[in-house]
Design a protein around this ligand. Structure first.
Ligand code: SAJ
Length: 427
């Protein structure tokens, strides 16, 4: 039985380790987070992802997957560690460096090293390969090296790991082919081999495509607000065209992918990427835009009940979430802020979380920032009974309000918040 060592047991590494274990490999999952490792060895998980708890329990109980804080001799090493941005938005490759260095003592001739982490273009060739070479290996001949970017959507990880098409970039052909064989053990989607550079860049462009398109939808929202147009209806109608796919506007773009990856391209070719850069700026401007609109409907010192801390619906991940900035901005403006998120545990955040009832008590506005399923049908009776002013401002267009005495705003009727533009529409 071949052995795989997965370094990094996060949202991608842990499900990947579990899938390889399920498909017949002996897998050791390595993380510096001892808590995650201990939980794993008890067959438990430290993150929320549909189906993952059951899968991990099965493969740990079967003795196929175990956790460790140090790597072990293996046939294949998969590096799946975070690549955050420094404050100046350049890529922080420290985790990639330390993960690569951590496996060096365990490398044997013929081993395959795969980097799954999202990285700036040229990182495999100019950064990872030299680390392995420096310890005396001929990369591509004695140690095979490939980049296999993950493309799964949180909330659907176990399905997409299997079904999505996989792009595999090898430092040379033989490395790519060897990596393709490994993923072939459970991937049913096509596995396409290419160079490391193309694999790195295609991964980044996937998320950049989405980011720039969301920026376009957000810009449309601002334009429509100014001109008294229903932006959401415009999107719906424009998308009836067979070749148009306008994205959805929102309170900003969060998560560890869309809000981060475009900067990896900008960093390497700043002069050549003004559009990508501008898309980032527009999306980063949305928290301020949201708070400016809250100011139109809630008096100073009023209470805003923020619903949703995660960066998107039905997950527990708060990384880069626009909600965090919106909360800070609201507090700066001296609003009282209560927070409700049924997917987030108190220990995950520095803010005090409330129950639904406490969050809306005496509130002047419910501000929806995430499209969690729980928010689709809010308890309208409680809203009437408990809120001081029954107003819902839904930046994700996900709530259905039936009662006419609850004021409901979304990105389709923002202009109604401002009497000036409302007059313009009447004329
Ligand atoms: N968002 C909008 N409007 C939209 C779509 C999304 O405002 O129309 C916002 C979301 O609310 C969220 C952010 O964008 O704040 C990102 O959400 P997402 O669902 O687009 O993507 P992620 O970051 O969860 O996952 C993406 C995925 N990439 C693509 O769909 C191209 C996923 O497949 C990647 O694996 C992942 O990035 C990654 O790890 O790179």
């Amino acid at each position: 039985m071949k052995k795989i060592c997965v370094v990094g047991l996060g949202y991608i590494g842990l499900p990947t380790a579990a899938m390889f274990a399920k498909s017949g490999y002996e897998v050791v999952g390595v993380d510096i987070n001892e808590k995650a490792v201990n939980l794993l060895n008890q067959g438990q998980i430290h993150i929320e992802e549909i189906g993952l708890g059951e899968l991990v329990k099965t493969v740990v109980d079967a003795g196929r997957l175990k956790g460790s804080v140090t790597p072990e001799y293996s046939d294949i090493f998969i590096i799946s560690v975070p690549t955050p941005n420094y404050p100046d938005h350049t890529a922080n490759l420290e985790y990639v460096k330390s993960a690569t260095e951590s496996i060096l003592p365990y490398l044997k001739e013929g081993n395959l090293v795969i980097v799954e982490s999202t990285i700036p273009p040229r990182t495999i060739d100019d950064f990872v390969a030299p680390i392995i070479q420096a310890s005396g290996w001929r990369v591509g001949e004695e140690i095979y090296l490939a980049h296999c970017p993950e493309r799964v959507l949180p909330g659907r990880i176990l399905i997409e790991l299997v079904e999505n098409i996989r792009i595999i970039g090898g430092i040379n052909k033989v490395s790519a082919i060897k990596a393709a064989e490994v993923y072939g053990s459970f991937v049913t989607g096509d596995i396409i081999t290419t160079s490391t550079l193309t694999a790195e860049m295609s991964k980044l462009m996937e998320n950049t495509f989405r980011d720039v398109n969301i920026a376009l939808a957000n810009e449309l929202t601002k334009i429509s607000d100014k001109l008294g147009i229903n932006a959401l209806e415009v999107i719906e109608l424009a998308n009836k065209h067979p070749r148009v796919n306008l994205h959805q506007p929102g309170p900003g773009v969060g998560g560890h992918c869309l809000a981060v990856d475009p900067y990896f391209i900008i960093e390497k070719a700043p002069e050549e990427s003004p559009l990508i850069n501008y898309g980032r700026k527009i999306n980063n401007s949305m928290p301020k835009f949201v708070v400016e609109h809250v100011e139109k409907i809630v008096e100073k010192n009023g209470k805003v009940a923020v619903f949703g801390l995660t960066y998107k619906g039905n997950i527990d991940d708060v990384r880069e979430s626009p909600s965090l900035e919106i909360i800070s901005l609201l507090k700066e403006k001296e609003y009282k802020v209560s927070l409700y998120d049924p997917h987030v545990k108190q220990e995950q955040v520095n803010f005090q979380l409330s129950s639904f009832d406490d969050a809306i008590f005496q509130a002047d506005c419910i501000l929806i920032l995430t499209d969690h399923i729980e928010f689709k049908g809010l308890d309208e009776v409680k809203i009437h009974l408990k809120m001081r002013n029954p107003i819902v401002f839904d930046t994700k267009n996900c709530v259905k309000i039936n009662s006419e005495s609850i004021k409901y705003y979304n990105y389709g009727n923002l202009f109604k918040m401002s009497s000036k533009t409302a007059d313009l529409v009447k004329k």
